[in-house]
Design a binder for this molecule. Structure first.
Ligand code: GSH
Length: 253
């Protein structure tokens, strides 16, 4: 099998999901770091059907999206498995993984771009350890159009960010409940752990959100699965918008 190639964007949460899964499987890979927005054209030029990372070339196949990649990895290298064998446990992990992909990833992305657009110099902290081919200082100086493009593509505007902050406590409660019933957070991580931990770590790069996540079971799990995540954003969100996080009862339905 020729070496796998992972196309990602520095600090992309599903990009980290894929790296964690490749490491878990013991599959060697080359990581190609792309800058946001510019990534879209490069992925098309490489023959991928979509314009988002993670995008993986493995065993001659092009696979795009963190969940299709998880399924492909289990097919190509079944052990260690990313999903439990048994029906009920397997269905629960798939449900948690789906929530991570479809409900958690994007609101976190929207909050991040909203805060980053007001703190462009923080872009450098997200590029730590990456190799985009552009020196970090230059990338930061020229970040404005990339940040503006990302805000636009991701609808990282006031109404969406406010809605994301309203939805977040309920999502954290669901994840904590999955940890409590053993769907997530077991001794051996599964596809849901790998899907959700990077989104929570990305959320915790925001000083506004960190205190509401880090001491919860889901915050602890994220730090265990992915101990180091690049990026650091100062407090920026209006206090009023954070109220839903402050008043949310822990572990409510
Ligand atoms: N749910 C998809 C999301 C993929 C996605 O939206 N990736 C973002 C990076 S986190 C992307 O490629 N954005 C394009 C850009 O920033 O230009 C997955 O898990 O693969």
């Amino acid at each position: 099998m020729s070496q796998a190639k992972l196309y990602t964007i520095p600090a992309s949460h599903p990009g980290f999901t894929t790296q964690l899964m490749l490491d878990f499987k013991g599959i060697e890979f080359k990581r190609i770091d792309l800058l946001p927005v510019v990534s879209k054209g490069i992925l098309r030029a490489r023959g991928f059907p979509g314009v988002t990372v993670p995008a993986l070339i493995i065993s001659g196949e092009k696979v795009q999206g963190s969940r299709p990649i998880a399924r492909a990895l289990d097919r190509i290298k079944p052990e260690p498995a990313l999903l439990p064998e048994s029906g009920e446990k397997r269905a629960a992990v798939l449900e948690a993984e789906k929530l991570g992909d479809e409900e958690l990833q994007h609101p976190v992305r929207q909050i991040l771009w909203w805060v980053l657009s007001r703190n462009k110099s923080s872009m450098g902290s997200f590029l730590e350890g990456s190799h985009t081919g552009v020196p970090i200082g230059l990338a930061v100086k020229t970040a404005a159009p990339l940040v503006a493009g990302s805000v636009h593509f991701n609808q990282a505007d006031d109404p969406h960010v406010k809605a994301a902050l309203v939805a977040l406590p309920g999502l954290l409660d669901k994840i904590d409940a999955w940890i409590a019933d053993g769907t997530m957070g077991g001794e051996t991580p599964n596809a849901a752990d790998f899907q959700i931990a990077p989104s929570l770590q990305l959320a915790m790069t925001c000083a506004d959100l960190r205190p509401f996540i880090e001491s919860r079971p889901c915050g602890e799990l994220a730090k265990r699965i992915l101990p180091h995540f690049p990026g650091d954003l100062p407090k920026e969100l209006p206090e009023e918008w954070l109220k839903p996080l402050e008043t949310a009862p822990l572990n409510s339905e």
